[in-house]
Design a protein. Structure first.
Length: 254
């Protein structure tokens, strides 16, 4: 297991919501007691990812990252991202380093969990939270419109291409919670932690296929949580990423 060779750097950036919905929509977020719509966690990671890729690292083929989302970042809020070469960590923060919104660690060539074989369920009848859902295999395919990519990368700094081939920004394919949206009609979740093992980029013209299962449900301070293990591939079958994802799917009742 090798660690990347990079320089410690920090930079300011201003994340924003490109296509707000659910908790990322101002009105919906305010109705739940928040200041406004959250920038999606996977979009914040895209900012971090840009800092790794721009140091000429083969990150989208071999990178591994652990993410913890501590506080919301609101659209058009200026934050600082700090990559620490010695500790192999990053911190995305507001006014000062103690105001951490998202942090984690990164290495390369980490072993990834294998998704078990299982029959794809076209639909699931049990309500979200039922233990009968654990282990049931889900799958969705999503197309990605290249006309939106330049607007996204102008905000995040994610590269437009690698070796002359246009990339699909990671914020467009890296969030497996769309499995839950599609299968259960849910529109509002809060991503609080995750792990991503990169295997290859996704290129313009390719659809993403997300296949995975719920590995568990839990409750913390009245908030209902779910965990996913997923594999994301191109529609030609090339493995793009393995993702473990943890989200709040129902907030505690006040």
């Amino acid at each position: 297991m090798n660690t990347p060779h990079l320089k410690s750097i920090n930079w300011e950036t201003t994340p924003r919501n490109i296509s707000p919905n659910g908790i990322h929509d101002d009105e919906k977020a305010k109705s739940l007691g928040f200041q406004g719509g959250f920038v999606p966690g996977i979009a914040l990671y895209e900012h971090v990812c840009a800092g790794l890729i721009n140091q000429d690292m083969n990150w989208l083929d071999t990178g591994y990252v652990e993410l913890k989302f501590r506080k919301p970042v609101y659209s058009n809020e200026t934050v600082t991202i700090e990559l620490n070469e010695a500790e192999k960590t990053f911190n995305l923060y507001g006014d000062n380093p103690n105001d951490s919104r998202c942090s984690g660690l990164f290495i390369q060539a980490a072993n990834h969990p294998e998704l078990p074989n299982g029959k794809i369920q076209k639909q699931l009848q049990e309500p979200l939270g039922s233990s009968n859902l654990v282990g049931e295999m889900m799958e969705i395919t999503r197309e990605h419109d290249p006309s939106s990519f330049s607007e996204i990368t102008s905000v995040t700094g994610f590269p437009n291409e690698i070796n002359g081939k246009q990339l699909v920004p990671i914020s467009q394919w890296g969030n497996p919670i769309y499995l839950i949206y599609e299968y259960f009609g849910l529109s509002t979740t809060i991503h609080y932690q995750g792990k991503i093992w990169h295997h290859s980029p996704l290129f313009a013209g390719e659809a993403s296929v997300t296949r995975g299962l719920i590995t568990g449900f839990s409750e913390r301070n009245g908030n209902k949580l779910l965990e996913l293990l997923t594999e994301i591939s191109s529609d030609s079958g090339r493995k793009v990423a393995t993702v473990e994802h943890s989200s709040v799917y129902e907030l505690a009742k006040k």
